[in-house]
Structure formats: C-alpha cells, structure tokens
Design a binder for this molecule. Structure first.
Ligand code: NAP
Length: 347
C-alpha cells in the first residue's frame, strides 16, 4: 500500500544546499513523516526549524541510518563524505538523492534533471542512489532540451558567470569579508576558498585543472550533458568563471543546430517549456522585463532565459543568456523534484 508520508534524512543539513532542502520541503508541502538531520561533528546539537518545530542536528556516523526506516536521503555533505555515507544509507533501504559530484558519472546511477530525463529515475533501484547534476549543467539543459528535441543541437559553447554560493557558505563569507576589507582599505585580503581574490574580480577557474587546459567544472558540463541527454555526439566547450555575486549563475550560451530555425519559433518554444521563464524584451521600459539578471532571479524556481538572437557567423547558430538560482534549481529544488517523482511513481 502506498505511504501517505515519508521519513526523510538530510546530510549536510547545515550547509547552503541542506538548508535549502529544508525550506523547499516545507514550501512544497512534501509529505514528511519524520525528518533526520545530519552534518559534521562541529554542528552536533545545533537546531534547525522545519514546519515550526526545532530539530536537533546529529553528527553523521556510520550507524546514522540504522533502525530509522528512512525512505529518502537528500545528501549534500561534499563528495568524499557522500562517497562513504550515501552507500550506507542506500544499504539501509533509503533512496539517496546525492548532490555531490561523486556518483554522477557512475553508469549504473541515473543523473537526472526532471524537466529533461525524468524517465531515468526508474533506474534508482540499481544502487538506491540518484545523482543530481552540477548546478551549471542543470540550468543549461532545462531550456536547451526542447530546442534539442526539435532542432537537434550539434554543439554548445558556454561561458559561465557563477556566484560564490556555488562553492558553499564559507565561499560566500570570503566574498563578504574581502569586499568590506577592500572598501575599508584593510591589509590582508587572503584567498582561502578561491585561488585569488574574489572581491571586485572574475576568476577563470572553478575547481582544479584537469585535461587539456580545462577545469574539472568545465569537463563536468560536457560529460554530464552527454549522459543526461543520452547523446554522445553533442559537443560542449565550457569556460567556467567565478564572479563576485552571492546567488545565481549566469551563462552565455551559443549553440549550433542541425535543422534550421526561426528565432520567433524558438522564443515560442521556450515560453511554453516546462521550468523555463522567458524574459526577452530588450526595449521594454521596465528593466526587469528586458532580460534576466542574477539578483532578480535569486530565490526563484525557474530557469530564466533572455537575449535570444541568431548567431550570424555560422549556419543555424543562436545565442542565449541563461540565469538560475544555483542553490535552488541548481541543487536543492532539482533534488526535491526528483523526490516528488519518486514518491508519485515508485515508493
Ligand atoms: P556548504 O555550505 O559548505 O555545506 C556543507 C555541508 O556539509 C554542511 O552541512 C557541513 O556540516 C557538511 N559536512 C562537511 N563535512 C562533513 C562531514 N565530514 N560529515 C558530515 N557532514 C559534513 O556546501 P554546500 O554549498 O551546501 O554544498 C554541499 C554539496 O553540494 C557539495 O558537494 C557541492 O558540490 C554540492 N552542490 C552545491 C551547490 C551550490 O550551489 N552550493 C550546487 C550543486 C551541488 P557543518 O556545517 O557541520 O560543517
């Protein structure tokens, strides 16, 4: 018999993504029976409010998931912690929706954006784990999928403008303290979370350098796109840049399609696409109606698209500007949407 309510576990519950999980579960009235919160030992005993009640955060340990009958674990404690603890939760019978990069390229683990490949959720039972894609990949694919379905995308060139929240709560603090430090002419603007000063700066490096001059973040955008779209032939060349913004990532995206298109039809397609909000009226008196921008998109659910125009330098080329809240659609909301499908169809 179908359950009415579900036991939910959250790992990394005190982090940016973890706190957003809790907010979104409450906002969307997810049918929660009991909620179990876990973080590092540093947060042991802290309380986090959910639906008007305070819950105590426990330190994540090997036996954390035992004898609790947890149905779903929303996991975001960082890759190396997930590597150890997500399989332990799965072994105890929970379905883990993991936000870290650790499981994304495992061929037996589905990598899911609900607007793009919801049908892959059924493979959760392979390992009782579903991976949530990288924030930059999620927001890029939500609007590109309907274009790909109709016009077949051959290649994607993307430059990202990624906010500091994408690197966690300490990274946001670093932007804040460096900014006030520079304004107050203080000495000692030492970078810790970022390779160089982030205040008043743009850094063309996210994650470490890997192959052929690309960073890991850039390679993730290629590999995850091909896995989610089930198309090894889509080319993606990314340049990932960190910008001094607190929330929301922007992406300047250029695509080339196989079939010819009319820009009017693209705009119509995107205005009707699930999870997409089109703001594309360059001459509107109201700046908020001209194009999406980061401070206006923070806290919202949709992926926003604007500045759609033809690229006249190639046949069938197009430019788009894509913005989304990386902590919401880029992480916590995407995971909760997966959980909603799981309980509707499978649990
Ligand atoms: P964050 O703000 O730094 O939070 C990290 C969380 O993990 C905190 O709750 C922390 O607990 C917990 N944690 C750290 N070490 C732990 C340990 N040894 N055992 C148990 N818990 C531990 O980071 P975040 O931004 O929420 O990101 C978390 C994960 O989600 C990362 O893997 C990240 O790549 C991924 N992600 C983030 C975003 C984003 O936009 N931020 C988007 C997509 C995916 P304490 O508070 O006790 O230290």
């Amino acid at each position: 018999m179908k359950k009415e309510k579900y036991n939910i576990g959250i790992t990394g519950a005190t982090g940016l993504v973890g706190r957003e999980f809790i907010e979104i579960l409450e906002e969307r009235n997810f049918p929660v029976k009991e909620i179990y919160l876990f973080a590092s030992e540093n947060s042991f005993g802290e309380t986090v409010a959910f639906k008007g009640k305070d819950y105590i955060v426990d330190a994540l340990k090997e036996d954390s998931f035992k004898k609790k009958n947890i149905d779903i674990v929303l996991s975001s404690p960082g890759g190396s912690v997930s590597a150890k603890f997500s399989p332990l939760a799965a072994k105890e019978g929970a379905v883990v929706i993991d936000n870290t990069s650790y499981f994304r390229m495992d061929e037996n683990i589905p990598l899911v954006v609900p607007e793009v490949n919801p049908e892959d959720i059924k493979y959760y039972s392979n390992k009782n784990i579903i991976a949530n894609p990288n924030c930059s990949t999620i927001q890029m694919l939500v609007p590109l999928k309907p274009i790909h379905d109709r016009y077949k995308i051959k290649r994607i060139l993307v430059s990202t403008y990624q906010s500091t929240s994408g690197a966690g709560k300490k990274a946001m603090d670093e932007l804040f303290y460096q900014t006030t430090g520079v304004i107050n002419a203080k000495n000692g603007i030492y970078p810790e979370k970022f390779p160089v000063q982030i205040a008043f700066n743009c850094i063309p490096q996210i994650d470490v350098f890997a192959d052929e001059g690309y960073t890991k973040e850039e390679i993730k955008m290629l590999k995850e796109t091909q896995k989610i779209m089930h198309d090894k032939n889509i080319g993606v060349s990314a340049t990932a840049v960190r910008v001094p913004v607190f929330f929301s990532h922007g992406e300047s995206v250029n695509i080339e399609t196989e079939k010819t298109f009319d820009i009017k039809d693209i705009k119509k397609l995107l205005s009707e696409a699930k999870g997409v909000k089109l703001i594309d009226d360059a001459l509107n008196d109201n700046p908020d109606e001209r194009y999406p921008y980061q401070t206006n998109v923070a806290g919202k659910d949709e992926v926003f698209v604007g500045r759609i125009r033809k690229d006249f330098s190639v046949a069938n080329g197009m430019n788009l500007w894509i913005v989304a809240d990386n902590v919401r659609k880029g992480a916590a909301l995407n995971a909760v949407q997966i959980a909603e499908i799981l309980i509707q169809k499978y649990l």
